[in-house]
Design a binder for this molecule. Structure first.
Ligand code: ZN
Length: 458
């Protein structure tokens, strides 16, 4: 069996000789499945992969990166279990073993790998399995360290049918490989003469798949940038960092908010002169919500975003799956996993304002332990212990409340005590969605989403 890191997919692309741009790439199910699997990847995994590759803050994913860093730096005693932190830093993919047959797999969490207690006297039927080795066995209290792989293979295609042929445009639209599609792409690129195009073979391995994913957040031409020209991500980021980010979406959404569901209360500490939120003081319910963004699949986020909100073109991928002919996909379930991706069991909790569902898998003769509550007694709670008070900065760095930290934040922002006012806000479903989108596209999520709310209420 080929080593994961050396495995490659070779594909033919048509390239415009003049401007050295990929017009389109032709692919069978193998690469399209890999591309579509992006939609199932949890945001926390994307942040982790992006950190190895580049400076995420410069990509405009700064707030998400701060959420990830907050989890990393928070003492484990604030989490309900040790495994809660693993859930956020290394979230499981809700598509689970569906992804086992992908030719190129990214992320270091194996979707088929589970753990069980190695103690023979703890054997039960059905077997109790956990996603993480940090989960403690409820019988003996030891960590569940013994590996157990559950193999569920799907032959001949993961999402797309085995014989399907598809075309992928430079801006990640996936379309059927028919003449009308290819000729319209050629026309779009102004190619009228076949002498101006050349056929190029592109070799794609795991490294390229990760770069393509990260690049798709910042570039409208990721196939050209990553696969054809092998442009370093850092160079691409340099070129885009001065472009303004579209924030129309959530400022528009805040206008027609529904207030009756608002149930998370927080205090905003606002600079009157600068009209910005310096920080928020909130209970664990608010920080649970923010941290839960890391476990959400990318497709769930893209579903909430207005088309064109992001600097890159990853939203084209989402939209093309929505529009893709059902005939090309393996089943209705394949489409559902991609356009309405869900969380693995145990990753959600009760009264979550975003209302994302949990994926149900039939794992024969096994019961999956909730990492937040191995005994199952209070599985409806979030990741953090409560009651507790946390401090969240405007760019979503969360930590336990501390007067020293408050002083540092105000000093850094050059805000004096007399310039401060405190406002209490209630946060419901609409604001939670707006915060999710804002945390991905701007650096001052609290100001952008919640300051507008206060103005409207006055
Ligand atoms: Zn045990």
């Amino acid at each position: 069996m080929a080593n994961e890191s050396t495995r490659k997919i070779s594909l033919k692309a048509l390239v415009n000789r003049g401007n050295k741009r990929v017009i389109f790439m032709e692919s069978g199910h193998e690469f399209v499945d890999v591309l579509l699997s992006y939609l199932t990847i949890p945001i926390g995994t994307i942040i982790r992969l992006g950190r190895y590759k580049s400076n995420l803050a410069a990509m405009g994913l700064g707030c998400m990166n701060n959420l990830y860093a907050s989890v990393e730096s928070m003492d484990v005693q604030h989490f309900r279990t040790e495994a809660c932190r693993d859930m956020l830093l290394c979230p499981r993919n809700g598509a689970g073993s569906t992804l086992k047959s992908l030719k190129l797999k990214i992320g270091d969490c194996d979707p088929t790998q589970y753990f069980k207690c190695s103690n023979v006297s703890c054997r039960t039927s059905p077997a109790r399995l956990s996603y993480y080795r940090s989960v403690r066995c409820i019988r003996c209290g030891n960590q569940m360290e013994s590996k157990r792989n559950l193999l569920v293979g799907s032959l001949n295609g993961v999402f797309v049918k085995g014989l399907a042929r598809l075309i992928i445009s430079d801006d990640l639209q996936v379309m059927p490989a028919v003449t009308s599609v290819s000729s319209s792409l050629l026309m779009k690129h102004g190619v009228l003469d076949s002498n101006t195009i050349e056929e190029v073979t592109l070799n794609i391995g795991v490294n390229e798949v990760v770069n393509l994913l990260i690049c798709s957040f910042i570039s409208k031409t990721p196939l050209t940038d990553v696969l054809l020209l092998h442009r370093p991500l850092a160079n691409l980021i340099k070129n885009i960092s001065n472009q303004p980010i579209c924030i129309d979406y959530y400022s528009a959404r805040v206008g027609d908010m529904v207030y009756d569901e608002a149930n998370i209360k927080l205090k905003l500490i606002i600079s009157k002169s600068k009209k910005v939120v310096c920080y928020a003081e909130a209970g664990e319910d608010f920080v649970n919500l923010l941290f839960s963004f890391l476990v959400l699949p990318l497709g769930f986020l893209l579903k909430q975003m207005q088309f064109g909100t992001l600097k890159g073109c990853i939203d084209h991928l989402y939209k093309s799956v929505q529009d893709l002919d059902q005939q090309l996909l393996k089943s209705r379930y394949s489409k559902e996993v991609l356009v309405n991706p869900k969380l693995p069991s145990g990753f959600c909790y009760q009264n979550h304002p975003l209302g994302i569902g949990t994926a149900t898998f039939d794992i024969a003769a096994a019961e999956i332990v909730d990492p937040k509550s191995p005994s199952g007694e209070d599985r409806n709670q979030g990741f953090l212990k409560g009651p507790a008070i946390f401090l969240v900065t405007d760019n979503l760095f969360g930590s336990p409340v501390s007067p020293v930290l408050i002083n540092n934040i105000l000093n850094k922002m050059n805000v004096c005590i007399t310039d401060i006012e405190v406002q209490t806000v209630l946060l419901g479903r609409e604001e939670a969605f707006s915060l999710l989108v804002a945390s991905f596209v701007c650096d001052s999520a609290l100001t952008s989403v919640l300051l507008g709310k206060i103005k409207q209420e006055r």
